[in-house]
Design a protein around this ligand. Structure first.
Ligand SMILES: [Zn+2]
Ligand SMILES: [Zn+2]
Length: 242
């Protein structure tokens, strides 16, 4: 079996497992909502807004980490994660040439343990606190699933009218917002789900403030990030990147 076929099968298994556990979790949330009565209706809008914003924050934080820390020579993480993110700056449109599975498999894979753990260990259908947490996780992980798809759409050279309209609402990552990240020195606007948190994070300089202390913690473990060679021709995968 070729390496890329094995990876696509892994992506497919991750996608199926993701929808299995998200489906089970959604059923628990619906059971919890119907069992607890009308007074818990507020959980759903709060979980939707909170989960979607948290997905945007996590997309930005992971992107910030992968762009700034870790050597591409670090075993496994180097070629699979760090190189992928950094080469996205060299060839941003490579992501648009990848299939649905290539684009979305990785985020499904990392989401499955969180969806499964919430389903098995949190009393979603039987306690209000469990219901609130379960609904939040369900919608947060759905936001994580959408992240690379929204990111890919922001790089499409030609976008259908419905997509341009959706991006113009600001509710999903727009090319204009994301372009601010793709401008040297690539050190701002890391969030790639909706991008709604980018202005807030840029103004508070949160990532800049934690960069030096995080570097002292992470660089002994995963190495220093090499400068990206923008003259190089990229032939690596850039699907999971930002
Ligand atoms: Zn991008
Ligand atoms: Zn980046």
């Amino acid at each position: 079996m070729s390496g890329s076929l094995a990876l696509r099968l892994l992506d497919l298994a991750a996608l199926l497992a993701y929808f299995l556990f998200q489906g089970l979790l959604a059923r628990e949330v619906l059971l919890g909502l119907s069992g607890a009565g009308d007074h818990v209706w507020w959980i759903l809008p709060i979980a939707t807004v909170g989960g979607y914003l948290w997905a945007d924050f996590i997309s930005g934080f992971v992107h910030f980490l992968a762009d700034n820390f870790g050597s591409i020579r670090t075993p496994f993480l180097g070629p699979v994660v760090f190189r992928t993110f950094r080469e996205h700056h060299v060839d941003p449109e490579a992501i648009t040439r990848h299939s649905f599975l290539e684009v979305n498999g990785a985020n499904c894979l990392i989401s499955v343990p969180f969806a499964a753990a919430t389903y098995y260990f949190v009393p979603v259908a039987t306690s209000v606190l469990g219901l609130a947490f379960g609904a939040f996780m369900l919608l947060f992980l759905f936001g994580i699933f959408l992240t690379n798809q929204f990111h890919r759409w922001s790089h499409l050279p030609r976008r259908p009218r419905w997509l341009r309209a959706l991006q113009a609402t600001g509710l999903i990552l727009s090319p204009t917002v994301h372009q601010r990240h793709h401008t040297p020195p690539y050190d701002t606007y890391y969030c790639i789900t909706s991008g709604l948190l980018n202005p807030v994070l840029a103004r508070t300089r949160l990532f800049e403030r934690i960069q030096a202390p995080l570097g002292r913690l992470l660089e002994p473990l995963i190495g220093k990030a090499e400068p990206v060679d923008f003259g190089a021709t990229s032939d690596a995968d850039t699907d999971a990147a930002a």
